[in-house]
Ligand binder design. Structure first.
Ligand SMILES: Nc1ncnc2c1ncn2[C@@H]1O[C@H](COP(=O)(O)OP(=O)(O)O)[C@@H](O)[C@H]1O
Ligand SMILES: [Mg+2]
Length: 236
């Protein structure tokens, strides 16, 4: 039996009013299963980022529910939402969103509470393929692929239940992109974490366990990949 970690129910997000109204999400319902790699696929403007931001507690819907352990996060107060984001969600963005004035190590350390931060941050940077020589580099001193590795380390070090990735390879060349996707895929398989990747690149969907296609704020297709490809074997 597949266990749902998140249940999304009839989610709507409307911007503006009357004739200028945009229905960014227009009644979206689906479950996200524990340990799966799910790809949300769709053209630019179909509502992918809006959906991911609501799932991750960074934005609120016009109506509908996002249930985590049967609690509706869309009704959380600010404080509860902040805790949900901190504890349960790791976010990976297209443009990395690292703090420019902090080093690689500091960027990763910042996202974990408590003791033993230094050690955990170093171990996680190592896990994503960044050695000691990179710890003290600032984002501006690193390539796109290296910055994305730091941002992956930042998401992983929290040991969050769910990793959400918004076009994680959108700013990278194909080869670097594949390396980054392979890293993400290996992590899901090894750690059993749940990962949602948003992309407009059809080929990337081949690495997913399941693919949900969006169009104009609605789900138009869902399929299961019986044999997901290794990310390193995908060409685009
Ligand atoms: N803050 C906003 N105000 C008005 N319209 C918005 C806003 N954010 C997104 N939209 C619109 O909602 C739709 C979905 O956007 P988005 O979720 O960013 O799509 P995607 O990530 O798939 O490219 C688009 O038509 C976009 O222009
Ligand atoms: Mg987007």
């Amino acid at each position: 039996m597949k266990e749902a970690i998140l249940k999304i129910k009839d989610l709507k997000k409307y911007y503006g009013k009357d004739e200028s109204q945009v229905k960014a999400l227009d009644g979206i319902s689906f479950d996200i299963y524990k340990g799966e790699m799910l790809v949300l696929l769709g053209n630019s403007g179909c509502g992918k980022s809006t959906l991911l931001n609501i799932i991750g507690g960074m934005d609120s819907p016009t109506s509908g529910q996002v249930l985590f352990s049967d609690t509706d996060i869309t009704h959380f107060k600010d404080r509860e939402l902040t805790n949900f984001r901190k504890e349960k969600i790791g976010f990976i963005f297209q443009f990395y969103n690292l703090l420019p004035d902090l080093t690689a190590l500091e960027n990763v350390r910042l996202s974990i509470p408590g003791k033993d931060k230094e050690h955990k941050a170093e171990k996680t940077l190592e896990l994503v393929g960044l050695g000691k020589d990179r710890y003290n580099h600032y984002p501006s001193q690193m390539s796109g692929g290296e910055q994305q590795r730091v941002s992956i380390a930042r998401a992983l070090v929290k040991e969050a239940d769910i990793i959400l990735c918004d076009e994680p390879t959108g700013a990278l060349d194909d080869k670097t992109g594949r390396t980054i996707l392979q890293l993400l895929q290996d992590i899901v398989r090894e750690k059993g974490q749940t990962m949602v990747i948003v992309t407009h690149t059809t080929q990337i969907a081949e690495m997913a366990d399941r693919v949900i296609t969006l169009k104009n704020g609605q789900i138009v297709k869902e399929r299961i990949n019986e044999h997901p490809l290794n990310a390193s074997d995908i060409e685009w």
